[in-house]
Design a protein around this ligand. Structure first.
Ligand SMILES: [Zn+2]
Length: 221
């Protein structure tokens, strides 16, 4: 059995490795978890003793097969709880991440299986991220950032890259959620901000920083 802190490390390593597609440095882990490199090194030793990671000096940390399994099951529980919180308890998508951070550490496999069935086996969480199945497999789909759209192109919001509350609250404020249709009307070369039409009725301007975080399914014109 892993401690909550060990689980958070395993999840952090999985997420950084997924993003960088290579072995993870202890500095990157320290930055991600907001802790000191010395405590990361201590923890990596513990995780290696439990056969969850392999560590090579100057190369970095990689998860073993059982480390990957732990990480995907944590992500599975986290994202299922987010669906539960939004769909059944009526939280907003900007309110669920921190609660799910706590709930993901409850392990009962029987409970997770029943939660999954109760929610009718969702494949994506309220932020549009894929929920791994009990074998740790993620559903893949094609999506591209709104920032890559040219004027005239349009699509549907499938997901968001950032889950922090202020960003999602900002999207709520301007009327963007999963499933919203966005059409790019024009782009300013200077700062790559985009003038967009939201759900065919509201025009607004999105900064490049924001449109980079919106993951879209492009519609054919
Ligand atoms: Zn979350």
């Amino acid at each position: 059995m892993l401690t909550e802190s060990e689980e958070n490390y395993v999840k952090a390593i999985f997420k950084i490795a997924e993003r960088e597609k290579k072995a993870v440095s202890t500095t990157a882990i320290a930055a991600h978890l907001n802790t000191s490199p010395a405590s990361v090194t201590d923890m990596i030793k513990k995780l290696a003793d439990k056969d969850l990671v392999e560590y090579e000096r100057y190369y970095g940390v990689t998860l073993t097969a059982s480390g990957i399994r732990e990480a995907t099951q944590l992500i599975r529980r986290h994202r299922l709880w987010e669906v539960f919180l939004v769909e059944k308890l009526r939280f907003g998508w900007h309110q669920v991440h921190d609660i799910a951070e706590q709930l993901e550490h409850v392990h009962s496999e029987e409970m997770v299986a029943r939660l999954d069935a109760f929610l009718d086996y969702p494949r994506f969480d309220p932020h549009g991220d894929p929920i791994p199945n009990s074998d740790g497999k993620f559903t893949l789909r094609t999506q591209e950032a709104l920032s890559s759209f040219s004027p005239g192109q349009q699509g549907i919001v499938l997901g968001v890259k950032e889950h922090d509350t202020p960003f999602l609250a900002y999207l709520n404020q301007i009327g963007i959620k999963l499933g919203t249709e966005i059409k790019v009307l024009e782009m300013t070369q200077f700062d790559q901000s985009q003038r967009v039409m939201i759900d065919k009725k509201k025009e607004t301007t999105l900064t490049h920083a924001v449109s980079q975080l919106l993951l879209m399914k492009k519609k054919g014109i």
